[in-house]
Design a protein around this ligand. Structure first.
Ligand SMILES: [Zn+2]
Length: 129
């Protein structure tokens, strides 16, 4: 008989907690308005061989968007980066919980927009008696 029973039970517990953490974080990030005052920008870093793009991140929910924001706007704040505080990459990296590509952030924004439209149309339907 294996003596690993308690370890296997802990493995199951860890898997369940990891799934719950992932689901909770996704819900928080999907509902976060990413307010401008909570946004931080980590600057471009690197040499010719190891260039790393800048990224924009929300300190409230930990969502970060990678991409060459200086050249093509970030999805998280497509109206520009004015007023967004720049902090060192290491500091920003400690606040990040999830990195997403510009395309993934765009998909999140689309879901938010659709949810708002559904809520608005429900509100209209309730108003009509
Ligand atoms: Zn956020």
């Amino acid at each position: 008989m294996s003596r690993l029973g308690p370890v296997l039970a802990l493995d199951v517990l860890i898997d369940n907690l990891t799934s719950l953490r992932k689901k909770t974080l996704l819900e928080i990030q999907e509902s976060c308005p990413h307010p401008r005052e909570s946004m931080r920008r980590a600057p471009y870093q690197g040499a010719l061989s190891e260039a790393r793009p800048d990224f924009l991140m929300c300190s409230e929910c930990g969502l970060a968007e990678e991409g060459w924001g200086s050249f093509c706007a970030f999805e998280m704040h497509y109206d520009g980066e004015s007023g967004i505080q720049e902090i060192p990459r290491e500091e920003a990296g400690r606040l990040v919980r999830t990195f997403r590509t510009r395309r993934e952030v765009s998909e999140l924004n689309r879901k938010k927009w659709l949810a708002r439209c559904r809520e608005a149309s429900r509100g209209d339907a309730e108003g009509v008696v």
